[in-house]
Design a binder for this molecule. Structure first.
Ligand SMILES: Cc1cc2nc3c(=O)[nH]c(=O)nc-3n(C[C@H](O)[C@H](O)[C@H](O)COP(=O)(O)OP(=O)(O)OC[C@H]3O[C@@H](n4cnc5c(N)ncnc54)[C@H](O)[C@@H]3O)c2cc1C
Length: 385
């Protein structure tokens, strides 16, 4: 493949499309067009994320994606020229059930073997990290001091800006309405601005990835599922930084957002939809779980103006789909991150650039993440909230 003439169309200008465009352009593939259906880039799930970053996953593949990605988010300004807003306040998983505690201790062993700094804490030590946390029913906790959160908008905008400076072109208001194939290859896309020929097409359409794949006649199991996030008014009970805290038993989580508290809890019966209105009917359940774990939260008043909802891009095993499609080899997926896409965007964009330029991703093993896995027994990610 002649690098300087390869035309790559990236569908979607969220963090994944931006990261792919960046990693292609720094490798010399500069004929990159990022097509975005919205009137501005970074308008999809990326703009609605809680932006947590953590090493504490249950599968080695996700831990490796985190190790690579968080190291690069730390150096983002030096590498990309923008501040990723990384705040390594830690992630604290608090655990009350015997089954979960055994599983999390096994996770810690695996995470440490891969080089992650992670501590097993006694309940009272967990209580010291979060004022007012209820710990009397806990068996223990795990704490990753290098975890935390970042600024998702800044990461996506940084990657996109750098890619454009290196030659990539961004087209907004450009919905891809068809993927044109001939002889078992993608030859172009139809957009609301007309047809664009290409050598490679990348599906970085986030929650819309299933729909976009269908334009090429492919079945990609990515479903949009709403998640509502609730933000309190100013909350003085947490005067200093606290870790992003997850009550594993209920799935309730919270972190500080400046001087407020951001909190959430996945609704198990949430249907597949593109609905992004905040689910106020779910708030009492979230608050009940929050008060039970941290009674001090009873004083927190929710600010309706600051709360929001967005779409997770969910796959059956809560892991992304990465790589070329076996039946259409110049169609490439980077989708289905199931709520952990921001934190894995540096590694994912690099791997997809390698898949396009070198024929196969090689910096990290991604065979567990290829579409072909859905025909085999699955070992999905358990730590998704
Ligand atoms: C409430 C919430 C909390 C989250 N919390 C975290 C977290 O703590 N940590 C974390 O790492 N991740 C989190 N995530 C997940 C993370 O936000 C996503 O994994 C990530 O943003 C996915 O990025 P993307 O670029 O694939 O998708 P998007 O940002 O949605 O970008 C896809 C783009 O494709 C465009 N598009 C779609 N179809 C077409 C088409 N036909 N033609 C042209 N353009 C098209 C869309 O308009 C969109 O802009 C959260 C998500 C939500 C919703």
């Amino acid at each position: 493949m002649a690098l300087d003439t390869t035309e790559v169309v990236v569908i979607g200008a969220g963090v994944m499309g931006a990261s792919v465009a960046y990693h292609l352009t720094v490798r010399g593939v500069t004929n990159v067009r990022v097509l975005e259906q919205a009137s501005t880039p970074v308008a999809g799930s990326t703009s609605r994320s809680a932006a947590g970053v953590r090493h504490q996953f249950s599968t080695p593949t996700n831990v490796q994606l985190s190790l690579h990605s968080i190291a690069r988010l730390k150096q983002f300004r030096d590498e990309v020229g923008y501040d990723a807003g990384l705040q390594q306040v830690g992630y604290l998983f608090v655990i009350a059930s015997d089954i979960d505690w055994k599983q999390y201790q096994r996770n810690v062993t695996m995470q440490r073997e891969l080089g992650v700094r992670v501590d097993l804490l006694a309940p009272q030590d967990a209580g010291r990290l979060v004022p007012g946390l209820r710990v009397d029913d806990l068996l223990g906790a795990t704490f990753g001091p290098d975890d935390g959160f970042c600024d998702a908008q800044a990461v996506a905008t940084g990657y996109l800006s750098r890619a454009r400076a290196l030659g990539a072109r961004l087209h907004c208001d450009a919905e891809v309405t068809a993927i044109v194939t001939a002889g078992g290859q993608v030859v172009g896309v139809e957009t609301t601005h007309g047809r664009i020929g290409c050598d490679v097409v990348v599906n970085a359409a986030g929650p819309w990835a299933g729909r976009v794949a269908a334009l090429a006649g492919l079945d990609i199991p990515v479903r949009p599922v709403r998640r509502s996030l609730f933000v309190s008014e100013t909350f003085p009970h947490f005067p200093t930084p606290i870790p992003l805290t997850i009550d594993v038993g209920t799935g309730f989580w919270m972190r500080k957002d400046a001087d407020r508290v951001l909190m959430g809890l996945a609704r198990p019966d949430e249907p597949t939809s593109f609905n992004t209105a905040v689910d106020w009917s779910w708030l009492p359940t979230v608050l009940a779980a929050g008060h039970a774990r941290c009674p001090a939260l009873a004083c927190a008043r929710i600010d309706p103006e600051r709360s929001w909802a967005g779409l997770y891009e969910v796959t059956p095993d809560a892991n992304p789909i990465l790589g070329r499609h076996p039946s259409l080899s110049n169609y490439v997926d980077i989708s289905g991150f199931s709520g952990h896409g921001i934190m894995h965007s540096p590694a994912a964009g690099l791997l997809i650039a390698e898949e396009i330029i070198d024929g196969r991703a090689h910096s990290l093993p991604i065979d567990d993440l290829r579409i072909a896995r859905f025909g085999e027994p699955q070992h999905g990610e358990r730590n998704v909230f």
